[in-house]
Each structure stands twice: as C-alpha cells, then as structure tokens.
Write a protein that binds this ligand. Structure first.
Ligand code: UD1
Length: 423
C-alpha cells in the first residue's frame, strides 16, 4: 500500500481542472445494461471504483474501453445476470446493477455490496422499491436471488431520499410496464445527470432535481453518448485545500450551482469566492473564522461527503464550530486521526464540537475511508512538519492522482510506494 507524504505550510496557488464525477459516472455506466447498443461516456475519471464497475460489466458480457476519460461500451449482448461476489464486495455502487439487470434480463444474482465503512449503509429502500414493482427478491446466505418476469410501474414513496435507491428504481422503471412515480426522491445533481443519460437512451423520465420523479416505461432503449458532470466533491475538496492553506486557486470546469451549500459555509468562514461560468476562484484568508453550526443533509443541504474536509478546515479556525452529521451514523472516524495532528474535537453522538487551534503538526495517520483520507490531506497541507498518510488506496477511490493534482498547485506532497519503503 502507498503512503502520502506531505510537507505542510505552502499556500496553494494556480489553476486546476476538476475531473468528472465518480458518483455520476457509476450509475450511468450501470445504466448501459438497460439498452442493447453502443455507448460513449465522456468525462469518466480513472478511479478504482470505475475500474471495478467496468470489470463487472465485462463479466456480464459488456465490453468496454476506457481511454483519456472516455469509455466506449458495447451492451448489445449480455451473457449472464450473475455478478461475481469478489467484485460485488469491492464497492457500494455494485447494488446499482440490480435494477438494470432485473429490467433487461428479468433476473439477477447479486451479493451484499461493499464500500466505505461510514455507517450501517442499509439497502432496504432499494429492495422495497423493486419489490413494489413486482420483483421477487430472496436472500439466502448473503446471496440475493432476484426475479421479475416484467416490472410494473407504481408509486414508490421513499422513507428517506436515498441517492442510490432513487437511481436504482429510476433505472428499473425505464423498461417497466406503465408509469412509476418516486416520491421523496433524492435531488442530487448526479440524479439529474442520470435522468439526462436515460432520456438520451430513449427513456421517458421527468422530475429529477425535484422530490418527485416520474418514469414512463418504454419497450426498449438504445445506445447513447453523454458527458458526465464535474465532480462537486473533488471541487469542494480542492476549494478546502485552497482555503486551509490561505491560498488562491481557480477551479476550472466546475458547476458552481452544484456547490452552493459548500460555498456558503466557506464564505461564512471568511474566504472570498468568485464565480464566472465554469470557473470558481477561492481566495483564502490568513485564519478562517469558526462557523456556528453546519448540518449535513441530502441535497441541496451541506453534503456529508464534504463533512470530514470541512472538519479539518475548521480545526484551524478562530473559535469553536459545530458540525452535525445526519446522513451516516459512523462518519467520524477521521476525528481520532485529526486529533493526532493536534486538532481539538469533541464528539457527542452525531455532533462534533471543533475548538479551533492555531497550529496543527505533522503526524503518521491512517485514511480510514475515502473522505476521511481527504480530510487528512487537508490537515497535512496546513500542518507544520511532515504528515504521513497510510491506506492511500481509500483516497484513490475518489480522487484521480490526488498527489499530482495538488503538486500542480504548489503543494509539497509525494507518494511513497511499498517497494520504495521496503528499500
Ligand atoms: C451516495 C454517494 C455517497 C454519498 C451518499 C449521500 C454514490 C456512489 N455514493 O451513496 O458518496 O455519501 O450518496 O449523499 O453516489 N439508507 C437506508 N436504506 C437504503 C439506502 C440508504 O437506510 O436502502 C440510508 C443509508 O444508510 C444512509 C442514508 O440512507 O444513512 C443515505 O444513503 P444513500 O443516499 O443511499 O447513499 P448512497 O447512495 O449509498
């Protein structure tokens, strides 16, 4: 496993292009199962989770080629509806294959999905929604056997606006008989991107971005081309990197309207943000001000995927800040690592109270999950001395060449591979 070594204290400066969204690309790639055709998806980042998704599609018979952020896929023939257990366990998004496989093949055999350890991460809303559309799902010894001769459109009210459940049901409903209404749907920008791709394939989906999505089932879908939206969490992380180092960075190729809740909190802390078209420039301040209270919630609220990064930032703010995590029940694993670097954070159930300190110091820490790892990079960029971050593979799941990205902005960061360490 690689280690990231960071020598903190350099304000980041310059311009950087933000890569495409992993969380938009994953369901879009899964959606190609729905149509017998050829597809071209652009703006797909080269990340581990994307590689796993393409590997699963290839096991199902869908060949693909990923080059320069473009993925060409051929889904004309699908040879099996069984997803291998070893691949299924490698990421949470593998559950996204259930809806498309059921819709196209009438059956699917899957295992419980893996993914970041940030809480209980149930899949009941996925299963209940698909069952309501007529799927039979039986689970025996961790294997989920799913069958549906023909899915039938219906009204599905989600207890919680789950991103994954909304996407899974949306995809399944495109080939169902009749109309499906998803009430209390998730409203994330990635859902709108999926709707746009599904409609390019000939689906009839409206309402994404609002809390009610309507899908009129069609007989068949066809191949399509699409460019995925920029990654708002990567953009938010780079914004945090500029802010925590008191730097001046222009993010290019972003959609500022996807980032309003993030920008709002950083503006409250005293940074300057200037937006024009797809460019967002962040000008840091000498020391951020604490923010009274930030609560994570589904879009358009403050994203849980930015909570650890915000916590690292607020740990050097002047004053005391409060973060309330409402989306995941186990998403404070970065706290003990940040504390090793001098952060002063007190946890009370789902609430973190962060007493800002003027100085963090480099330490040896561990990335326990993707965004926890991102928060440690930020802390390392601001800290005095050297920070060593282990378990970097978690970070590589969501940031393409994170070390190179930050080096371009002047950060002193490098990757030490296992082979090098052994010598
Ligand atoms: C997606 C994102 C992830 C982000 C999350 C919330 C992808 C690939 N991942 O994950 O980065 O952190 O949205 O913005 O897009 N829940 C249930 N039952 C279910 C499904 C979810 O109780 O069937 C709960 C979860 O345990 C969690 C909450 O709902 O507490 C949010 O989960 P969900 O919105 O489904 O997140 P994901 O789609 O897994």
């Amino acid at each position: 496993m690689d280690t990231l070594v960071i020598e903190g204290g350099t304000p980041l400066e310059g311009k950087i292009r933000v890569h495409g969204s992993k969380n938009a690309a994953l369901p879009i790639l899964a959606a190609t199962i729905l149509a017998a055709g050829e597809h071209r998806i652009e703006g797909v980042p080269d990340l581990l989770d994307i590689r796993v998704m393409l590997k699963i599609l290839s096991e199902l018979g869908i060949g693909s080629r990923h080059h320069d952020h473009v993925v060409d896929l051929d889904s004309r023939i699908i040879t099996t509806s069984k997803v291998p257990e070893s691949l299924m366990g490698q990421m949470r998004s593998s559950i996204m294959l259930m809806g498309p496989l059921l819709a196209r093949m009438g059956e699917a055999v899957l295992y419980r999905p893996g993914g970041c350890a940030i809480g209980s991460r149930r899949i009941d809303l996925h299963l209940d929604g698909l069952k309501k559309m007529g799927a039979e799902i039986v689970e025996r010894e961790g294997v989920m056997y799913c069958k549906a001769l023909k899915l039938v459109g219906t009204k599905i009210v989600l207890d919680y606006p789950s991103v994954g459940a909304t996407e899974n049901i949306m995809m399944a409903a495109t080939l169902a008989k009749g109309t499906t209404r998803i009430v209390n749907a998730a409203r994330e920008p990635e859902i709108i991107d999926l709707q746009n791709f599904l409609n390019k394939m000939g689906a009839r989906v409206v309402g994404a971005g609002s809390n009610e999505i309507t899908i009129e089932g069609v007989e068949r879908l066809h191949g399509a081309s699409h460019r995925v939206i920029p990654d708002r969490i990567v953009a938010g992380t780079l914004l945090s990197a500029a802010a925590i180092t008191g730097g001046d960075v222009a993010l290019c190729g972003v959609n500022p309207s996807h980032m309003e809740a993030i920008a709002d909190v950083f503006l409250r802390s005293g940074v300057e943000i200037r937006c024009s078209n797809d460019i967002m420039r962040i000008i840091g301040t000498s020391r951020p001000k604490a923010v009274d209270k930030v609560t994570t919630s589904p879009h358009p609220g403050f994203p849980t995927d930015m909570q650890p990064q915000l916590m690292a930032y607020l740990s050097i703010a002047e004053g005391t800040s409060i973060i309330n995590e409402t989306v995941f029940d186990g998403r404070f694993r970065h706290v003990s690592e940040l504390e090793r670097m001098g952060a002063q954070i007190y946890i009370d159930y789902h609430t973190a109270i962060i007493r800002g300190t003027s100085r963090l110091s480099g330490a040896r820490v561990e990335a326990t999950d993707l965004r926890a790892g991102a928060s440690l990079i930020l802390a390392g960029l601001a800290a005095e001395g050297k920070t060593f971050i282990e378990q970097v593979h978690h970070i590589d799941r969501g940031y393409e060449n994170v070390d190179q990205m930050l080096t371009k902005l002047g950060a002193r960061i490098y990757r030490r591979s296992e082979i090098y360490k052994a010598n």
